[in-house]
Design a protein around this ligand. Sequence first.
Ligand code: HDE
Length: 720
Amino acid sequence: MAPSAISTGLEKLQETLNGSPDGRKVADLARDTKDYHDPNARITTDYGVKQTNTDDWLKIATEDKTGPMLLEDHAGREKIHRFDHERIPERVVHARGAGAFGTFKLHKSMEKYTHAGVLTDTSRSTPIFSRFSTVLGSRGSADTVRDVRGFAVKFYTEEGNWDIVGNNIPVFFIQDAIKFPDVIHAGKPEPHNEVPQAQSAHNNFWDFQYLHPEATHMFMWTQSDRTIPRSYRMMQGFGVNTFCLVNAKGERFFVKFHFTPNLGVHSFVWDEALKLAGQDPDFHRKDLNEAIENGTFPKWQFGVQVIPEGDEQKFEFDILDATKLWPQEEVPIEYFGEMELNRCVDEYFTQTEQVAFCTGHIVPGIHFSDDPLLQGRNFSYTDTQLTRLGTNWQELPINRPVCPVMNNNRDGMMRHSITKGTVNYWPNRFGAQPPATKEEGGYEDYAEKVAGMKQRLRSKKFREHFNQAQLFYNSMSPPEKMHMTAAFGFELDHCDDPVVYERMCERLTHIDLELAQSVAELVGAPIPQKEGRPNHGKKTKGLSQTEVVAPGSQGPTIATRRVALIIADGYDPVAYNGMVAALKAGGALPFTIAPRRNPIFAAGESKDSGKGVKPDHHLEGMRSTMFDSVFVPGGTDSVNTLRKNGRALHWVREAYAHLKAIGATGEAVDFVEDACALPGMDFSTSAEVVDSYGVVTAGQVQPESFKETLKMAKGAKDFI
Ligand code: HDE
């Protein structure tokens, strides 16, 4: 028999496995992976019988007449029946997402805090799977909407799976899990008309935000640039909830988990995000795959903030309150390892869709705190998988651990494992499968004395909601504050009920009067005259995204940035080739854009030469929003053509309006300056353009000058 699809797939994956740091999960998945492109494989039914015709239903028919179809056609029925049942319920939140495989490498043992192998054994590389998501939108919604992003990581450790199910924002809307259905119902499309999709800009969301003051800190974050990230690769990840670590001596520590991206934190401007939602709804998932496929693997430094047991009460906030962050001046982040994403998924459904994260998945040395949001989440995640995936969801290839699994949980729909033996209970007369001792790696619960009154209550400190909302706002840079005013302006403009937008403006006076007044002016609410609460004026570091720097990273880089080079026939080949080479050398991704996708010819190059450059896209096929930067080389004919092309003009002007780095050489310098000029602006000196907006031009072009040009572009503040 010819090698089956399964064995070919296995061999291929086995090859990948050799020398692969995350080999354990690769090998594990290989058991269930087959290669569709195996040349020896033939189409079969699900029960394995090869098929000769999958295009015509079996029917009574002649060359002249098509008669009735036969129910007898099992293969026909199987094909339709399988199709009818392809969909599973999408996630009730975080339905839209993208995932990738990777590796976690521990650089520094954290044994002073925990005995978890994954955080103490520096010789280990732990395979991981990570999924990023939006929260409110359906599975088919756009990537770039204003929303919190999910940041979930599954560590396939030697002691079982450990999941961190985090977000790209360190705090949350609610303190107690029991409010989750309310906050999500309020944010999701309204019940009467299922509008709007994937946005918080509507009456119900803001009605709830006002009436539920504990959401104040979080909504300040959602109105910041954090909710319109440029890339999943450029977001921080936060565990949000307070977890505990316990060391070998039995000492306990309260911790918050942090992932800090090596590329820094960057965002779109709102206009870009809005346009991209229509122009390229898959922008973020494509961006993730593109980076991995190009070998520029996204990396994050992994760290914790630690509060030793006994110090819980030393803070003005309750350390179990998920609407509060731990200011870094008070509790610094200790970094201990690096997470890298280095392999795209082989199949979306079986991996990214079927992956199931649970906050309850922890390994020995890691524990829960009494954080009331976390405790409720621990119930919800396992529960929701039953609806999505069925009882045996932990057996799915993407979810199963790389260490042995053995217990007396049996049966249920779609059971895969076959467990040999005559008993399925403990204790049994054979002494088979006893629970593990602590020394054998068994999970030991932390013994904690608990006393209290049974009542529906949170402690006093949970009732303060505005201190950190102010702290966050005060910590923003001036452009970030400006963006927040505009974001509130947009969101509340979409609320048509004056009750909603007027009292939200009033609520903003509890944060900052000037902010409240600017927003009120925009959205048509009475301009507040009095502070609802004086601004304490305090700031803290690391909240402005301009301040987020991963330890050891080199700071802003052009690597992985998408740069569009716009040319037409007669372009200057020295400038074009020089820039392409310089960009590639810097790890950036150059894309050639032209009026057509058929070859474009350089100045002096004959159209009959059979050469020319084949552009990646034509001007109408893409938009400037999909690129980080635009470069236009000179060349009289090329620039003359571009000047007459409205779309070319729009490309440059739009990139300029989105504060992107723009470069031009030779004849293109004037073209770019004209394109960027707006009525009333003084462009008598290009220096003004350079200073304020990161436009870099060079009249004379020498190949060596490209290094310089690139350096300037890298330095242009708005590029990063
Ligand atoms: Fe979730 N959340 N959540 N959540 N959450 C889900 O689980 C829930 C919360 C987060 O890529 C669901 O498997 C409750 C905070 C992410 O597959 C569900 C509460 C944070 C993902 C659920 C919260 C998150 C989810 C839906 C309040 C940041 C996507 C599908 C107590 C720390 C994971 C699923 C993925 C998904 C419940 C609050 C992050 C219903 C009850 C806070 C990243 O179980």
